[in-house]
Design a binder for this molecule. Structure first.
Ligand code: SF4
Length: 506
């Protein structure tokens, strides 16, 4: 628990639990991010003792509060008369950072890059698989065992994990689930803690969670093989980002519907196979993929307006968990640019260096610097020669993102906001005509991005910027919002083209 107030709340609940005659009132605010997790731990600590949870918002009325307080006081009378029972309290407990050998490691689906990280794990001898893409079934299962107030990705991953654990014949003692640790400031680092409590509560205590930390840029994941795994996984992410980019730049222009989808799937399997075999010949495979995409018949006589899909990393390219945003936008007549996944790893490496420097940890600085340089070398080696086949003008360096974010969100705010806002600032002057920022409903960093997006828009010629809070409910209003957004994007693109034409003739 990295929130000091959360630590105090849980400690207070423990004190109340062991003190006769003392009861708790838990006051929280509607949509409070930390409370959505802390509440679970408090509920465990106070098992067997009534407590009152009052959640307030600006609409809360006195009458409702009074009724609930009266009901709570009544229930206390009953509780005093009841005999005390022994209860088992399920608490978060430490999980290993690297997977034990005799288990299959399951990765939750978050985008197709997940297949390549699982392949990288297999390349060092760790049996691993990607869990199926989330559907309504996983989401419903996740909701059943959570309060639905947690982050939407937490609900989706819970559903994926539990579905696997609940399969007939599943043996939890042979299963590990990948869920990285994080040191805040948002809720991500709480996922594995609450998953642990849920597993234990549901009787899956033998199932393991594998929780490498961002403190060391996830290098602990593969124990002795950490370096090899990390390099191979990085190659996988770089390859995946390239494949996704060339696919998204081809699909809206294809003459035979479905050509790009078929080639994309085949290319992804080739990459998976190559990464699993230690990445031998990867550069050649990528060059082949680039040429195959170039051979797809297209009509690129007129480039469609480009929309950047930014935002929360788990959701932005996860069709089952974001309402299939990318394809819906494309169907409305734009080209979609999805923020690369590798930027998150580069960002982790940058934070590893920065935090090591702050801690005066010279070894960490050196390690992270080598890691960063190594990553750059790999990118240049793999895609230096095939960059020309994609619109690489729109690649934004991490340095630029952080620098450009500062006007709206300080670069030291750790998480998605500096990346989303910094990219938006950079892309606004690189031919992008609109930004769609996906945010899980109640997402803390996402709310911050939404709150500064209006200032960003005003400073950038009113470029369309759509915040899409999503919680799995696909509504008609989302369709209407997307249509209105794409209309604005097209108007903006036309006006920008006209301005450029006029200035080129002056
Ligand atoms: S970024 Fe948002 S959705 Fe993701 S963990 Fe943080 S608060 Fe939750």
């Amino acid at each position: 628990m990295y929130w000091p107030n959360g630590q105090k709340i849980v400690a207070a609940a423990q004190y109340v639990a062991k003190t006769d005659g003392l009861y708790a009132v838990y006051l929280s605010n509607f949509r409070c991010g930390p409370d959505s997790f802390i509440w679970h731990y408090v509920t465990e600590e106070l098992k067997g003792k009534p407590f009152l949870h009052l959640e307030v918002d600006e609409h809360s009325a006195d009458a409702g509060m009074v009724t609930r307080i009266e009901a709570f006081l009544d229930s206390l009378k009953g509780a005093e008369m009841n005999e005390k029972k022994e209860v088992t309290v399920f608490k978060p407990r430490p999980s290993p950072a690297s997977p034990p050998k005799n288990r299959t490691l399951y990765f939750p689906y978050m985008h197709d890059g997940a297949y390549l990280i699982a392949a990288a794990a297999r390349s060092i001898g760790v049996a691993s698989e990607v869990l199926p893409k989330q559907t309504g079934e996983e989401i419903a299962l996740g909701r059943k065992y959570t309060s639905s107030k947690e982050c939407f990705p937490m609900i989706c991953t819970t559903g994926s994990f539990l579905k696997k654990l609940m399969e007939p014949g599943a043996d939890p003692s042979r299963m590990s689930f990948f869920m990285p640790d994080h040191n805040g400031p948002c809720r991500f680092g709480q996922y594995n803690q609450l998953h642990r409590v849920l597993f234990d509560r549901l009787g899956f205590k033998d199932a393991e969670l594998i929780t490498p930390s961002n403190d060391t840029s996830y290098q602990d994941i593969a124990g002795d093989h950490g370096q090899k795994f990390r390099i191979n996984a990085w190659k996988g992410f770089v390859s995946f980002d390239y494949l996704r980019k060339i696919y998204r730049e081809t699909r809206p222009y294809e003459l035979n519907k479905g050509d790009s989808d078929v080639l994309y799937e085949a290319s992804l399997r080739k990459l998976e196979h190559c990464i699993e075999s230690g990445s031998k010949g990867l550069r050649k495979i990528l060059a082949g993929i680039a040429h195959d995409f170039m051979a797809i018949p297209v009509d690129k006589s007129r480039r469609k307006p480009v929309v950047a899909v930014l935002g929360e990393i788990f959701m932005r390219d996860n069709a089952g968990c974001n309402g299939n945003i990318a394809n819906r936008l494309e169907d409305l007549g734009v080209e979609v640019l999805i923020g690369p996944f590798s930027e998150w790893i580069s960002y982790s490496t940058y934070r590893f260096t920065r935090d090591s420097r702050w801690r005066n940890d010279r070894k960490g600085v050196l390690k992270s610097k080598i890691q960063g340089v190594g990553q750059e070398v790999i990118v240049n080696y793999l895609i230096g020669g095939i960059k020309k086949f994609v619109d690489h003008e729109k690649d934004v360096s991490l340095h630029d993102m952080l620098r450009l974010s500062n006007k709206y969100v300080n670069e030291f705010y750790d998480g998605d906001p500096p990346i989303a806002i910094g990219s938006s600032v950079a892309l606004a002057s690189r031919g992008v005509s609109g930004m769609a920022a996906i945010l899980p409903f109640t997402c803390m960093p996402g709310t911050l991005v939404a709150s500064v997006s209006d200032s960003f828009r005003k400073d950038h010629n009113n470029i369309p910027f759509l915040n899409i809070p999503y919680d799995g409910q696909d509504t008609v209003s989302l369709d209407t919002k997307l249509q209105a957004f794409v209309f604005q994007v097209k108007e903006y693109a036309a006006a920008t083209a006209l301005t450029q034409l006029v200035s080129s003739h002056q």
